[in-house]
Design a protein around this ligand. Structure first.
Ligand SMILES: [Zn+2]
Length: 447
């Protein structure tokens, strides 16, 4: 990573009188030293990575057992007996999850609140060390995907500072991870609450090199481009974050923009979980940072090709130690990657249990329906809600006027792809409700 940083990027010197070679400030030096180690460990075997994880885990468990009320009495040698931490239990435990003996050397603590689309948010405290790891993995991701850190990045997402259409915000520097290496890189930001047409006009105007966006927002932009023939010739890379990326959006991006999507799997409680391989459209678990288990319904590890619950142990957050935390996502285990990296592979990240369709007999599946709906009718956006085991409600944001036969065609399409005669109600809406941070779920079960 460090050696593969673009030649245009050099750290600034923090020592008076020394211009070159630079002697960076301690924070940047730590970041680069961490990057140097990550460069090497990515090529270790999975067994070597596990051995180093166990070494870190022993320290973490001893810390949790002695300083975290919820883990008092935990036997630090008995990893197998550490119970799965469900989301509800984490919320219910409250302050009992916080360490009473947090090491000051881990830096100041920040409170992190998750941005789930509904339900009670999870609150954890994260140490300054955790931010350093976040920045190092951000750099790894940039290097893996050969980005020019001095180039122009455009971001459409939830922002705390107003960034309305038509101009958005113009800033310098992509963020804290690259601040010391490319402080002047142009950054343009637009709020996700703008319309697709406003977003497209803004992108054409700012003409960025790279685009960072939620998958659902990108999908709408790509469909608009396909419909209107609009082009964004300056864009040479697209990165998606926060939501589950549908395979159809990947294909559409290559077709319409001519560049592949690079997707990122992260969560606010724990940071980066898996990053897309430089050579393949699957994900590498960030094993230097987290111990990630993919477990079946009985709690046994899933084999290659199987899909199970994502269970995470944060190896470095000593402020709120999260041991075997069931974050609520599901993922599919992949075979070792031909790229040679020993970091375990996930072939697919799947949404939450509440994003699963339930049949009247109790069976559950991951619903795949957008391609069939696109073939059935013309619309801007849709969202499918399952109020009961027997019924579905399809919320449709029409593109102009919805065709008279569209409701019947959409109903038939859903009944066909799910192979079941669900009662389907079509609801025409002006817009779909996004979460407070602008996320959209294409399927929501209320069952
Ligand atoms: Zn790979």
């Amino acid at each position: 990573m460090v050696n593969d940083l673009p030649m245009t990027v050099t750290p600034r010197s923090s020592v008076p009188g020394i211009a070159w070679p630079a002697l960076p400030d301690p924070r940047t030096a730590m970041l680069l030293a961490l990057g140097w180690q990550l460069d090497r460990s990515q090529w270790w075997t999975e067994a070597d990575l596990r051995a180093h994880q166990r070494e870190q885990l022993a320290v973490l468990l001893a810390h949790a057992a002695t300083t975290v009320p919820a883990y008092r009495g935990l036997d630090p040698r008995a990893w197998d007996r550490v119970p799965i931490l469900e989301r509800e239990a984490l919320i219910a435990a409250g302050d009992a999850m916080l360490s009473k003996g947090y090491p000051a050397a881990h830096g100041p603590v920040d409170e992190v609140t998750t941005s789930r689309t509904s339900g009670t948010p999870v609150r954890v405290r994260a140490s300054g060390i955790v931010s350093t790891f976040w920045h190092a993995l951000t750099l790894r991701e940039h290097v893996w995907h050969v980005r020019d850190l001095a180039a122009h990045l455009a971001v459409i997402r939830h922002v705390d500072t107003p960034a309305p259409a038509p101009d958005g915000l113009r800033l310098r520097g992509w963020g804290a991870a690259t601040a010391a290496l490319a402080p002047d890189a142009p950054l343009s930001v637009l709020s996700v609450t703008t319309t697709t047409d406003e977003q497209l006009a803004w992108l054409a105007h700012v003409a960025p090199d790279y685009l960072l966006v939620y998958p659902s927002v990108l999908d709408a932009i790509l469909r608009r481009m396909a419909a209107t023939g609009a082009k964004l010739p300056s864009v040479r890379g697209v990165r998606t974050i926060s939501e589950v990326l549908a395979p159809a959006t990947r294909a559409l991006c290559t077709e319409v923009l001519g560049v592949p999507i690079v997707d990122t799997y992260s969560a606010q409680e724990v940071g980066y979980i898996a990053l897309q391989c430089p050579d393949h459209p699957h994900y590498h678990v960030q094993s230097e940072r987290l111990l990630v288990e993919i477990l079946d319904e009985r709690g046994a590890p899933c084999a290659v090709g199987e899909t199970g619950r994502v269970v995470i142990t944060d190896l470095h957050n000593f402020a709120t130690p999260l041991l075997r935390y069931a974050i609520g996502d599901y993922a599919t285990v992949g075979a070792p990657c031909p790229c040679g990296r020993g970091l375990p592979v996930l072939t697919r990240i799947i949404g939450r249990r509440r994003n699963m369709l339930t049949y009247p007999d109790g069976r559950t599946v991951w619903p795949v329906f957008t391609v069939a709906c696109r073939q059935a009718a013309r619309y801007r956006e849709i969202q499918l809600v399952q109020p009961t085991r027997e019924s579905l409600r399809l919320r449709v944001v029409p593109e102009g006027a919805l065709a008279a036969d569209a409701p019947a065609a959409l109903t038939a399409a859903l009944q066909r792809v799910f192979d079941h005669p669900f009662a389907v109600e079509i609801e025409i809406v002006d817009a779909l409700a996004r979460s407070p941070v602008g996320k959209l779920e294409e399927f929501v079960s209320l069952v």
